[in-house]
Design a protein around this ligand. Structure first.
Ligand SMILES: *[C@@H]1O[C@H](CO)[C@@H](O)[C@H](O)[C@H]1NC(C)=O
Ligand SMILES: [Cu+2]
Length: 230
């Protein structure tokens, strides 16, 4: 989850999120370099009473400030497209989960198992136990095994929602009548929080997403327990 006054992203829990963090740092480095250079030029120009004749008319500088931004844009676009394609890739998923957005909760369907379906409502503030996070905890978490490719099918029952978990590097719009898919591999065990990321009505802020990544044996225990319940 995010911390108060946090700088930057949440820690990555999937390989794709690590790629996204690297790309963010790469783009930010370029922003720093350009900002520093522009600031230096501004300061240099306003602190002298002389006018540089090459700035009034110079072919060389015109060529430079046309070619350099073009090269910089290509240096940003190439890694960007690389990550975009990595995020789109879904290789042989070991588990498929259907996440449905509703006004105002998420429901999950483990289609590889019989009758493994449940709703996931936010835990109201008065029901929280010590250590639980306000507006982020749910009554039922989406449990997944670590180190396995998980596919999430995303759709909505009523209006637009968006299934998003920052530390997994996943954000997929949930559109009624349409089915979309995304995938992730949880590289470590943990509890990862997210929130609906498409304005969907009065309780948009109160339909969080909780993904709990556990080792495979624990996941099997959980599925057995969940199916006994039904
Ligand atoms: C599925 O998601 C991708 C990526 O966000 C998007 O480009 C595409 O249009 C979506 N497809 C449908 C059918 O909604
Ligand atoms: Cu929503």
């Amino acid at each position: 989850m995010a911390h108060p006054a946090q700088m930057g992203f949440q820690d990555a829990a999937t390989p794709v999120m690590e790629e996204l963090l690297h790309f963010h740092d790469h783009a930010l480095m370029i922003v720093y370099l350009i900002s520093t250079m522009v600031l230096y030029i501004i300061v240099a120009m306003v602190t002298t009473e002389l006018t540089n004749k090459y700035i009034l008319d110079s072919q060389e500088i015109e060529i430079m400030w046309t070619a350099l931004p073009a090269i910089i844009l290509v240096l940003i676009a190439m890694p960007s497209i690389r990550v975009l394609y990595l995020m789109d890739e879904i290789n042989d998923p070991h588990l498929t989960i259907k996440a449905m957005g509703h006004q105002w909760y998420w429901s999950y369907e483990y289609t590889d198992y019989e009758n493994l379906t449940f709703d996931s409502y936010m835990t109201p503030t008065q029901d929280l136990t010590p250590g639980q996070f306000r507006l982020l905890e749910t009554d039922h978490r989406m449990v997944v095994p670590t180190d396995a490719p998980i596919r999430v099918l995303v759709s909505a029952e009523d209006v637009l929602h968006s299934w998003a978990v920052p530390s997994l590097g996943v954000k997929m719009d949930a559109v009624p009548g349409r089915l979309n898919q995304t995938a992730f591999i949880a590289s470590r065990a943990g509890v990862f929080y997210g929130q609906c990321s498409e304005i969907c009505g009065a309780n948009h802020s109160f339909m969080p997403i909780v993904v709990e990544a556990v080792p495979l044996e624990h996941f099997e225990t959980w599925t057995a327990m969940m199916m006994e319940d039904v």
